[in-house]
Design a protein around this ligand. Structure first.
Ligand code: NAD
Length: 500
């Protein structure tokens, strides 16, 4: 049994708390590794290292910081296969899907290599006679990222490239379910020339998270995970005086209008609902066909495709969908399918009985693709984030009632409409109260130079991730007003100073 430890002050450090948790290969159901769960002292060591590294890193010219990130980017490109394999063996997603995750993370590194441009300030000449004024953005200090299991590379990379580019030092607390990729990243950052202590990893559970949330030397927390924990992180972090961005769960709807290209919508739904076994915060879990005729056609086209899904391990290039993350999660998803059936939804394709026949993978945590029709708003399969390969069809008679359905949902991460009507598309994108919108695009994940984040119960805080929002989150603004003596002397002034 190998152990996954921490990375503190430029080197791997074994866990000393004596607390461990097994890490499983979801494709086989076997565990060959255990991840250490940090003690308070171990987290404090990481904060001490990051704090010591900050004065010099924050004063390193942005161009030099960018060059280190650029070198890291080259290593990532060279080694993307290694990273993708490390993701798949602990997460279960297919190899191509893992490679896609690496690419989306790498794009944020590319964005962050523009640090000197991103951090350019503003200058106003002659705000008064002989007086100039300029604003700059400075780093915060030690910042921490707490990340979920479903993107063990991409989600940390939404955070640390921008944080480091802006001059902060970083502590990553990865998911304890797929922790190994974080150590590859840490080693490669050091290899790229990042000074010791600038990027650290502490493996752990609630104890590590709470220690970071309460530590006075941690200035900001970035979190991505489920909504109840996101709420907790936001409340606790802000109560401790920290800047917090906490991204939560999702229930993403896709409206299919009668004029949509139905085959295009069906293919889009297959990838968006069942890709990565539905374990994506931007997965489409609710299809909303407008009119019964569209719903009937949609379901009849989806059914054979869902039944034909190729479900298997990442090591088989034929696999379209892998297992889910743990045995508990597999049981939870099957429990939701039981509930949906009991509540009266029409179970068109039932994934509960799926059996993996590939030798050596029979004990993996697989769930077959599942499709429900005639789902209503009161059912748990509609209300809860299942985070599995389960698609619910909620029929609506018209566009207005489809939009009302989305607005009644507490989550507001992503959404999409499939239509050929420009008026409908424009009205949807203008009026819908959701953070990320797709027009004939099912998973509208913004590129690195835009920002990622939902609304309502999908994001707590004022800033979404990466893009200029990321730069704003990881910096604070300072404005300096300057005057140089030029022979002119003012009398003491006791009123509110005015210029001009
Ligand atoms: P999770 O909330 O269980 O865990 C996320 C992180 O929080 C992990 O690092 C975990 O160790 C930590 N954590 C868990 N319980 C905690 C507690 N009680 N106190 C303190 N810390 C705790 O989420 P998950 O199951 O790893 O990931 C799936 C969830 O993440 C889904 O809800 C998904 O929608 C969401 N997600 C959201 C986005 C987004 O951008 N909005 C992106 C990816 C995933």
């Amino acid at each position: 049994m190998s152990e996954v430890g921490h990375y503190i002050n430029g080197q791997e450090v074994a866990c000393s708390s004596g607390r461990y948790q097994p890490v499983y290969n979801p494709a086989t159901g076997q565990s060959e590794k255990a991840v250490g769960l940090a003690s308070v002292d171990e987290v404090n060591n990481a904060v001490t290292a990051a704090k010591a590294a900050w004065p010099s890193w924050s004063k390193t010219p942005a161009l030099r910081r960018a060059r280190i990130l650029d070198k890291f980017k080259s290593l990532l490109i060279e080694r993307s296969e290694i990273l993708a394999k490390a993701i798949s063996v602990e997460h279960g997603k297919t190899h191509d899907d893992a490679l896609g995750e690496v690419t989306r993370g790498l794009e944020v590194v590319e964005f962050a290599t523009a640090a000197p441009h991103l951090l350019k300030g503003e200058f106003s000449e002659s705000v008064g006679s002989g007086v100039d004024s300029y604003s700059i953005r400075q780093s915060l200090g030690v910042v921490a990222g707490i990340t979920p299991f479903n993107f063990p590379v991409m989600v940390p990379m939404w955070m640390f490239p921008v944080a480091l580019a802006c001059g902060n030092t970083f502590i990553l607390k990865p998911s304890e379910r797929d922790p190994s990729a974080s150590l590859l990243i840490a080693n490669w950052l050091t290899e790229a020339g990042l000074p010791d202590g600038v990027f650290n990893v502490v493996q752990g559970d609630k104890l590590a998270v709470d220690t970071l949330l309460e530590h006075p030397d941690v200035k900001a927390i970035s979190f991505v995970g489920s909504t109840p924990i996101a709420k907790y992180i936001y409340a606790t972090g802000t109560a401790n005086g920290k800047r917090v961005q906490a991204l939560g769960g999702a229930k993403n709807h896709m409206i299919i209008m009668p004029d949509a290209d139905l085959d295009m919508a069906v293919n889009a739904l297959m990838g968006a609902a069942y890709g990565s076994a539905g374990e994506r915060c931007m997965a489409v879990s609710v299809a909303v066909p407008v009119t019964d005729a569209v719903a009937d056609a949609l379901v009849s086209k989806l059914k054979p495709k869902v039944e034909a899904l190729e479900i298997g391990p990442s090591t088989d290039s034929a696999s379209e969908m892998g297992p889910v993350i743990t045995a508990e999660h597999q049981a939870k998803i099957k429990g939701y399918i039981d509930q949906g059936e009991a509540a009266g939804a029409k179970l068109v394709v039932d994934g509960r009985e799926f059996k993996q026949s590939r030798q050596g993978y029979e004990e993996g945590y697989y769930v077959g693709g599942t499709l429900f029709d005639n789902v209503t708003e009161d059912m748990s399969i509609y209300k809860d984030e299942i985070f599995g390969p389960v698609l619910s069809v909620v029929r609506r008679p018209d566009y207005r009632s489809a939009v009302d359905l989305i607005h009644n949902c507490p989550y507001a991460n992503g959404t999409a409409v499939f239509t050929r009507d420009g008026d409908v598309a424009r009205a949807f994108s203008q009026d819908i109260e959701v953070g990320m919108v797709g027009i004939n695009v099912p998973i509208p994940v913004p590129m690195a130079f835009h920002s990622f984040g939902g609304w309502k119960d999908s994001l707590f805080g004022d800033h979404s991730m990466h893009g200029m929002e990321g730069v704003r989150f990881y910096t604070r603004i300072k404005t300096t007003t300057t005057r140089w003596p030029s022979g002119q002397r003012d009398d003491p002034q006791f009123t509110m100073p005015t210029l001009g």
